[in-house]
Design a protein around this ligand. Structure first.
Ligand SMILES: [Zn+2]
Length: 1067
C-alpha cells in the first residue's frame, strides 16, 4: 500500500491529504490539456479522490493573448493555511510565452492572381514536364561562414560546485498516493550535508557536474568547426545517420563502430521501427537480469578522465549546421532523405548514453540558461514524448531496490555522477545520495564495486519491475468491454460483421492472461447486455429500456473470464451481426450506454471500446447538429468546443476508476466529434474516425478499419498507469498536451497507455541555470502490464545549457518546434479561434526569425536569413496552415477538422510531421541503388522531393506518403513499362477511376514498388490506405491539396509565404 514520503519529509501527509480533499470538495475545475500546473495559475489540481462536482463550463485555461500566463502564485491544493509551506519560488513576472502571440497580426495577403510567375499553380491544366522558369534572380550563393558565429562553451572554471545543492523549497507533492511517482521534497534542513565534489574519478558514468579533469575535454562540444579535429575524427554529418540506416549491422553488432560513427544516433533502419535506444547496442553474456529481447552492452569503459581525454577529438558540429541560409535564394532546403533530429551538442561519451529522440526529444537541444534568453529567442521550449513506444530491445531490471533520489525521487540514470563508490549525486536536484549496498554488485559482470556499470546507469531507457510498494491495490486483470451501436444506421453500414470477425480472429491475441475478462453491450434506443456466464448453452440477452436510470442487471455475469467463457463469447460474436439486421430503430442512446458501461467496469477498470455511427439522440449526452456547411470555410464561428460537458464528466469518472474509452466513429453524417471526443481525451483513450464507412460502398475504409482493429486489439497495453515528467531544478513544466487527465500538479493519469500515443509538454526556465552545464529530463511511466505485473518505464534525456542566443538557435529542433506549436495551436483554436491560432503560428515564425535577425546577425543583409537549424521552419508552419486542423477556405468538414486536431494532440511527432508535410517520391524508376536490405528484402529508397507540381512530370508516377494515406499519382504519359509491369494494365486509359491496391506481378518493377509501399506501411501503427490516382480521379484534388509549396485558392505558395515573412521580419 501507499507509503508516506521518505524519512525526513517533514510535512505531515495527513494534513496534505485533507487539503487535497478540500480542494476536491470545493469543486476545483478539472483540468486537462491545455493544462496549467497549479503553479502557473490559481487553478487547483485535483487529487485522485476527486468527486464528481464539476464546473458547468469548459474552462478556458488559456487567455486569448498568451499561452503562458504566469501568476507567481502557488496553490498546491488550494488550502490557504498551508500556502506558506507549499509555495515554490515565484516565477519571474516577465516570463512570457515565447511564441504563439496572437497580437496585432499583419494579415497575410490573399494570393493574388497576378502573383509571381515563380509560383506554379496546381490545377487540372498544369503541364508537368514543362517546368516553370525559375526566377532569374534566384542565384544560389552560399554565404561564407562568418566568424561571428563562433561560440565556445564557458570555461571549465565556471562549472558548478555544490553551491546550489540545497533544496530550498519545502513542499511535498501528495499526488496519487502512489509512492513510486510521488515527489517528496524534504525540508531543506534535513538534507544530508553536501560537500564540494572531489575531482571526477573513474566512477563517473554520466555528466560530472563538478569540474572536469584538468586537461579533459569540455562536456559540451565546441560549436566551431575545428580543422584539426575534423581531420582526425570521423566526420559528424547528417549523412552519417543515413549511412547507418543502410547498414544497421554496424550499429548493432560492433560497439567500436557505433562509438565512432560520429554524432548521429545509431539507429536501426526504419524497417525495424522499434529502434533500440542508442545505449543498448552490443552483445553481452546472459545474466540474472531479465533481458527479454536482447542482451545489453556494458562493455564500454566507464567515463573516467582517461577515457574522456582519449576521446576528445572531433568535438565539433558539422559546418553545415553553422550556415546562415537566405531562404529567398535557397528555397530547396528539404533534404532528399528523412530529416534527422539534431544531435545534442554533448561530449560523445555522454551523448551515446542519451535517450533516443524517437522516444524523448526537446524543441531546443541547447537549453537557454535563463528565461530571459528563452524569451529573446521567441522559440517554444518543450518536450515531445513517445514513452510507451514498442521497442525491440528494452533492458528490464528486476531488483528489490529501485535506486532513486531521496529528495526528488528521480530514478538513477546515466547522467548522475558518482562522487565515489558509495555516493551518487542527483542530476535533477543535486542531492547527494547513498549507493545502496545491493547496487554495489553488478549482476551483469558479477563484479562487486562498480555501481556505475549497472544497467540503470548505462541505459537512458529502462524498465523496472516494481515491487509491491508501487501498488495501491493488486494489479487489475485485463478487462475489455465492447460497446456496439446497433441502431438502423449502424446496421446499414455493415460494420458489425467486420468488427465481430476481427474480434473472432484476434480473440486469442488480446493481451492478457488467464485473468482476462471480456464483455459486450449493444444499444440503440435501449441498452442490451449479454450474460456470458460459464455453463450457459448460449449467450443471454438482457434489455434495459429505462435509459434515464440505467442499472446493471446481474453484473457478475456480464464481464466474464475470457478463457472460461470463450465458446459463449465466440458464439455471441458470430450471431451478433445478424441479430439486428431487421431493426428499424433509428435512435441512439449513446450516453446512457456509456453510463452503463462505466458502471459495469468501475470495480476493475480496463478498456472500453465504443463503436458509434451517428449523432447520439436519446437520453443524457444527446446532441444536436451544429455544423453549418456554409460556415465551413470561415475561420470563425465554427464549433470546435464541446456542446455539453457530459462526455468530459463521464470521462473523468472513468479516469477515476481506471477506465479508458476508445471511440471508433464510423459516420457519414456530422456526429459532433468535438463533444464525443471528450470521452476519450480525458480518459486517456484514442479516437478513430472512418467517415462514410460502408461495407460495400467504401472498401477503402473497410480495409482500413480491418487493419487498424487488428493492431488495436493485439498491441501492447498498460493499465492503471500514471506518468510523471521531472526536470532539473530551475526548469518547470507548465502545460501538458495529449489524452490524459492531470491528476495532481504534474501527475498524468492514464487509465490505459498504448504504444501509439504521443505527448508534449511546455516548459519555462524558472531559475537561472547559469551554474550548470547540463540539464536532464526524466519521464517515468508506472503501469500494470497485461500479465499483471507492475512496471515502471523510465526515459532520461540530457541536454547542454547555453548562454548565447546564437547557440539556442543552433540547437533548435525544427520538427519538435513545429509539433509543439501545432499542439499549442489546437488549444488556441479551441480557446480563442481558428484565425487566432493561424495568426499565432505565423507569428511564431516571424518572431523567432526577427529575433535572430536583430540579435544574432551582425550585418543586416537583405533577404530572409535563417539559421540552418530553422531552414525548414517557414515551410513546416506553412504546411501546418494547410493542414486539415488549421486550413481555411476549403470544404473541411467539421468532424474531419476535429479529428485532425485530435491527431495532432495524440500522435507521436513522427506521424504528425508526415501528416503535415507529406513525403513525395518518384516511383516509376525505382532502382536498387542505395536500397535498404532488411531480412533479405530489398527496399528501394527513392529521394524525397519538394511538395510542388514543379517536381511532377506527366511521364512519371509519384507516390505521396501523407501518413494515414498513400497516393500514387500516375502521369498521362507514364512509361508503358510502369503501367504494365507495376499496375498490370495495358494503357493509361485502363487504370480504373478508383483503385486502392497494386497487383503482385512477377516483375522486378512490381516487387520494388510493393516492397517500398509495404515498408512505408510497416513503419506506422495505423494503416495508410493507397489510392492510385489518374488525372480524372476524384482523389486528384487531395493529392494537389498536399502540394504544400504551391498556391491554393485560399493559401499562399511557399515563395509568397517567404516574402510575407521577410516583410514582417524586416519591419
Ligand atoms: Zn534529486
Amino acid at each position: 500500500m501507499s507509503q508516506p514520503g521518505p524519512p525526513g519529509s517533514g510535512a505531515a501527509p495527513a494534513g496534505l491529504q485533507a487539503q487535497n480533499g478540500a480542494a476536491a470538495a470545493s469543486g476545483a475545475p478539472y483540468s486537462n490539456g491545455p493544462v496549467h500546473s497549479a503553479m502557473m495559475s490559481s487553478q487547483v489540481a485535483v487529487h485522485q479522490g476527486y468527486n464528481s462536482q464539476l464546473p458547468g463550463s469548459y474552462p478556458h485555461l488559456i487567455p486569448a493573448k498568451t499561452l503562458n500566463p504566469v501568476s507567481g502564485q502557488s496553490h498546491y491544493g488550494g488550502s490557504q493555511g498551508l500556502e506558506q509551506t507549499l509555495h515554490r519560488p515565484p516565477v519571474a513576472a516577465n516570463v512570457v510565452a515565447p511564441s504563439l502571440r496572437s497580437g496585432p497580426v499583419p494579415q497575410m495577403p490573399a494570393p493574388a492572381s497576378q502573383s509571381p510567375a515563380a509560383t506554379p499553380r496546381p490545377s487540372d491544366d498544369f503541364l508537368p514536364g514543362v517546368s516553370p522558369l525559375p526566377p532569374v534572380n534566384w542565384q544560389h550563393s552560399y554565404p561564407s561562414m562568418g566568424s561571428q558565429m563562433s561560440h565556445y562553451p564557458p570555461p571549465a572554471s565556471q562549472l558548478p560546485l555544490s553551491g546550489n545543492t540545497n533544496v530550498s523549497t519545502n513542499h511535498q507533492y501528495v499526488s496519487s498516493g502512489d509512492p513510486s511517482l510521488q515527489n517528496s521534497y524534504v525540508k531543506s534542513g534535513s538534507a544530508l550535508p553536501l560537500r564540494t565534489p572531489p575531482l571526477p574519478t573513474t566512477f563517473q558514468p554520466g555528466a560530472p557536474p563538478g569540474p572536469p579533469p584538468v586537461g579533459g575535454p569540455p562536456l559540451v562540444r565546441a560549436l566551431v568547426p575545428q580543422k584539426a579535429s575534423l581531420r582526425t575524427a570521423p566526420q559528424p554529418s547528417f549523412s552519417s545517420a543515413v549511412n547507418q540506416e543502410a547498414t544497421p549491422q554496424l550499429a548493432t553488432k560492433n560497439p567500436q563502430m557505433s562509438r565512432s560513427v560520429g554524432y548521429a544516433y545509431p539507429s536501426l533502419p526504419p524497417g525495424y521501427q522499434n529502434t533500440t535506444p542508442p545505449s543498448s547496442s552490443t552483445g553481452m553474456p546472459p545474466s540474472s537480469l531479465n533481458y527479454p529481447s536482447g542482451p545489453q552492452a556494458f562493455s564500454q569503459t566507464p567515463l573516467g578522465a582517461n577515457h574522456l581525454t582519449a576521446s576528445m577529438s572531433g568535438l565539433s558540429l558539422h559546418p553545415e549546421g553553422l550556415r546562415i541560409v537566405n531562404l529567398l535564394q535557397e528555397r530547396k532546403m528539404l533534404p532528399s532523405t528523412p530529416l534527422q533530429p539534431p544531435v545534442p551538442n554533448l561530449h560523445e561519451d555522454i551523448q551515446k548514453l542519451n535517450c533516443n529522440p524517437e522516444l524523448f526529444r526537446c524543441t531546443l537541444t541547447n537549453i537557454p540558461q535563463t528565461q530571459a534568453l528563452l524569451n529573446k529567442a521567441k522559440l517554444p521550449l518543450g518536450l515531445l514524448l513517445h514513452p510507451f513506444k514498442d521497442l525491440v530491445q528494452l533492458p528490464v531490471v528486476t531488483s528489490s531496490t529501485i535506486v532513486r533520489c531521496r529528495s526528488c525521487r528521480t530514478y538513477i540514470n546515466p547522467f548522475v555522477s558518482f562522487l565515489d563508490q558509495r555516493r551518487w549525486k542527483c542530476n535533477l536536484c543535486y542531492r547527494v545520495n547513498d549507493v545502496p549496498e545491493e547496487f554495489m554488485y553488478n549482476p551483469l559482470t558479477r563484479v562487486y564495486g562498480e555501481p556505475h556499470r549497472r544497467p540503470e546507469v548505462q541505459n537512458a531507457t529502462i524498465e523496472f519491475m516494481a515491487p509491491s510498494e508501487y501498488m495501491l491495490r493488486p494489479p487489475q486483470p485485463p478487462v475489455y468491454l465492447f460497446v456496439f451501436d446497433v441502431s438502423h444506421n449502424a446496421v446499414e453500414t455493415g460494420y458489425l460483421n467486420s468488427v465481430c470477425q476481427s474480434l473472432l480472429d484476434n480473440l486469442d491475441l488480446l493481451p492478457g492472461n488467464t485473468r482476462t475478462k471480456i464483455g459486450f453491450i449493444t444499444f440503440d434506443s435501449t441498452i442490451h447486455f449479454y450474460s456470458l456466464q460459464e455453463g450457459l448453452s448460449q449467450p443471454q440477452m438482457l434489455i434495459i429500456s429505462d435509459i434515464d436510470d440505467v442499472f446493471i442487471p446481474m453484473p457478475e455475469n456480464l464481464l466474464v473470464n475470457l478463457h472460461e467463457s470463450k465458446e459463449l463469447v465466440q458464439g455471441l460474436l458470430k450471431t451478433l451481426p445478424q441479430m439486428f439486421t431487421t431493426s428499424l430503430e433509428t435512435q441512439s442512446a449513446l450516453g446512457p450506454a456509456l453510463q452503463a458501461a462505466f458502471k459495469l467496469m468501475s470495480p476493475t477498470g480496463g478498456r472500453m471500446t465504443v463503436f458509434q455511427t451517428q449523432l447520439p439522440t436519446l437520453g443524457v449526452g444527446a446532441l444536436k447538429p451544429r455544423e453549418e456547411p456554409n460556415h465551413r470555410s470561415s475561420a470563425k464561428e465554427i464549433h470546435l468546443t464541446p456542446s455539453t460537458d457530459f462526455y468530459k464528466k463521464l470521462a473523468l469518472d472513468c479516469s477515476g476508476q481506471q477506465v479508458a474509452v476508445d471511440l471508433f466513429l464510423l459516420s457519414g453524417q456530422y456526429s459532433d466529434l468535438a463533444s464525443l471526443g471528450c470521452i476519450s481525451r480525458y480518459s486517456a483513450g484514442s479516437v478513430y474516425y472512418y467517415p462514410s464507412y460502408h461495407h460495400q460502398h467504401n472498401p477503402v475504409q473497410v480495409q482500413k478499419l480491418h487493419k487498424e482493429l487488428q493492431r488495436y486489439l493485439t498491441r501492447k497495453i498498460g493499465f492503471e498507469a500514471v506518468m510523471r515528467i521531472r526536470c532539473t531544478k530551475g526548469l518547470s513544466i507548465h502545460t501538458f498536451h495529449g489524452n490524459f487527465f492531470v491528476r495532481s500538479t504534474d501527475l498524468l493519469s492514464l487509465p490505459n497507455v498504448n504504444p501509439d500515443a504521443g505527448y508534449a509538454v511546455q516548459m519555462s526556465v524558472e531559475e537561472s541555470l547559469t551554474d550548470t552545464q547540463l540539464v536532464s529530463f526524466q519521464s517515468a511511466l508506472l503501469y500494470t502490464s497485461s500479465k499483471g505485473e507492475r512496471r515502471i518505464r523510465v526515459h532520461t534525456l540530457c541536454l547542454p545549457v547555453v548562454s548565447t542566443l546564437n547557440e539556442v538557435f543552433l540547437g533548435a529542433d525544427v520538427q519538435a518546434i513545429s509539433g509543439l506549436l501545432a499542439n499549442m495551436a489546437v488549444d488556441r483554436s479551441v480557446t480563442a479561434s481558428l484565425s487566432d491560432a493561424r495568426d499565432a503560428l505565423v507569428n511564431a515564425v516571424v518572431d523567432s526569425l526577427s529575433a535572430y535577425r536583430s540579435s544574432v546577425l551582425s550585418n543586416q543583409q537583405p533577404g530572409l536569413m535563417v539559421p540552418f537549424s530553422l531552414r525548414l521552419f517557414p515551410l513546416f508552419v506553412l504546411a501546418l496552415l494547410k493542414q486539415k486542423s488549421f486550413q481555411t477556405g476549403t470544404n473541411v468538414r467539421l468532424d474531419e477538422r476535429i479529428f485532425a486536431m485530435c491527431q495532432v494532440k495524440n500522435q507521436p511527432l513522427v506521424y504528425l510531421m508526415l501528416t503535415t508535410h507529406p513525403s513525395l517520391y518518384r516511383v516509376d524508376n525505382l532502382s536498387d541503388e542505395g536500397a535498404l536490405n532488411i531480412n533479405d528484402r530489398t527496399i528501394p529508397q527513392p529521394p524525397i522531393l519538394q511538395l510542388s507540381v514543379e517536381n511532377l512530370s506527366r511521364d512519371g508516377a509519384f507516390l505521396m506518403d501523407a501518413g494515414s494515406v498513400l497516393m500514387l499519382w500516375v502521369g498521362k504519359n507514364c512509361a508503358q513499362n510502369f503501367l504494365s509491369q507495376v499496375l498490370g494494365v495495358q494503357n493509361y486509359a485502363s487504370i480504373p477511376q478508383i483503385r486502392t491496391d497494386l497487383p503482385e506481378l512477377d516483375t522486378p518493377e512490381s516487387a520494388r514498388t510493393i516492397a517500398f509501399i509495404s515498408w512505408l506501411r510497416e513503419q506506422r501503427p495505423f494503416f495508410p490506405v493507397l489510392y492510385v490516382i489518374r488525372d480524372e480521379s476524384p482523389m486528384k484534388a487531395n493529392f494537389l491539396q498536399n502540394m504544400v509549396e504551391d498556391r491554393t485558392e485560399s493559401a499562399l505558395s511557399y515563395y509568397e509565404f517567404l516574402l510575407h515573412i521577410q516583410q514582417q521580419v524586416n519591419k
